[in-house]
Ligand binder design. Structure first.
Ligand SMILES: Nc1ncnc2c1ncn2[C@@H]1O[C@H](COP(=O)(O)OP(=O)(O)OP(=O)(O)O)[C@@H](O)[C@H]1O
Ligand SMILES: [Mg+2]
Length: 259
């Protein structure tokens, strides 16, 4: 990490301590220890190419929205890499000192907690959306970073009542007041309506496409759902030419740039 990033993180941590000592109990801080096979590249391979690509994606997002915002991460189909890329992007933003919240809004199949290897509280995000818990009670801070996570222990079958405007509007408003960046890991854009339900409440969306896996025929329909909010395409798990490196390759491109 550069000295500039370190001092920025330090600055934010002090600021947060000042602002949040009243509302963020120290028990809400969790330590992350990536196990074997972890995709948390900022911890497992901090000097690797994948980290560089996430930093590039971070730079593009911050140039697009210098004051921060809410970004939805989706993909055309299951297992394209939404969760892994949401986590690493949120990590990249926090590593640069941005106060960031990662939200596991894939309510049917939450995976953020498992990928990060931490245990969310019993009263997690679902309970926040149901109004029986609060963001402050349910979020956990990743130790040593301005990164908070709102996760779930298990999925629910039918999240449509949790994704209505009357639930999401105040929820997003509160998150926006607390954080610079909010990264939403969501369900696939097709065939459920979850992403379409969340879309009106976000500033932009990133769509993850997995090399050799995502069906080409699903990309355009997924982009259609996102419409003008499709900010970035992230090409995941591709072979980087000229190198033996296989892994993440965050490729940021707006639809206009791609064409
Ligand atoms: N670039 C990559 N290299 C290797 N493995 C990867 C890569 N990206 C994702 N994976 C692995 O592929 C699986 C699916 O990834 P992930 O959970 O991020 O996808 P997803 O789109 O969130 O899936 P779901 O639709 O189930 O939520 C996970 O086991 C993850 O560790
Ligand atoms: Mg996922």
């Amino acid at each position: 990490m550069s000295t500039q990033s370190e001092s920025r993180i330090q600055h934010y941590m002090e600021l947060m301590k000042e602002r949040s000592s009243a509302f963020i109990p120290s028990s809400s801080i969790v330590q992350i220890e990536p196990g074997r096979g972890s995709r948390l590249v900022f911890m497992t391979d901090p000097n690797g190419l994948a980290v560089e690509r996430y930093k590039l994606l971070r730079r593009k997002l911050c140039a697009q929205k210098p004051q921060g915002g809410v970004l939805l991460v989706t993909s055309p189909s299951p297992s394209d890499g939404k969760t892994v890329n949401s986590i690493n992007l949120a990590w990249a933003l926090a590593e640069d000192g941005h106060r960031t919240c990662l939200v596991d809004l894939d309510l049917r199949a939450p995976r953020v907690a498992a990928e990060l290897a931490y245990e969310p509280p019993e009263d997690g995000l679902v309970e926040v959306l149901e109004g029986t818990s609060t963001i402050l009670q349910s979020m956990r801070q990743i130790s040593g970073r301005p990164l908070w996570v709102l996760g779930n222990r298990k999925g629910i079958q039918s999240p449509s009542h949790h994704l209505t405007a009357s639930v999401l509007h105040p929820f997003m408003k509160e998150l926006r007041s607390m954080f610079e960046w909010v990264i939403l890991d969501t369900a696939p854009a097709i065939p459920m309506s979850d992403v379409a339900d969340v879309l009106p409440h976000v500033d932009g969306a990133a769509i993850v496409v997995r090399a050799g896996k995502t069906k080409r025929s699903l990309i355009e329909p997924a982009l259609e759902i996102l419409g003008a909010k499709a900010w970035r395409v992230v090409l995941n798990d591709s072979f980087v030419a000229g190198s033996t490196y296989y892994g993440y390759y965050g490729y940021g491109a707006t639809r206009q740039e791609k064409r």
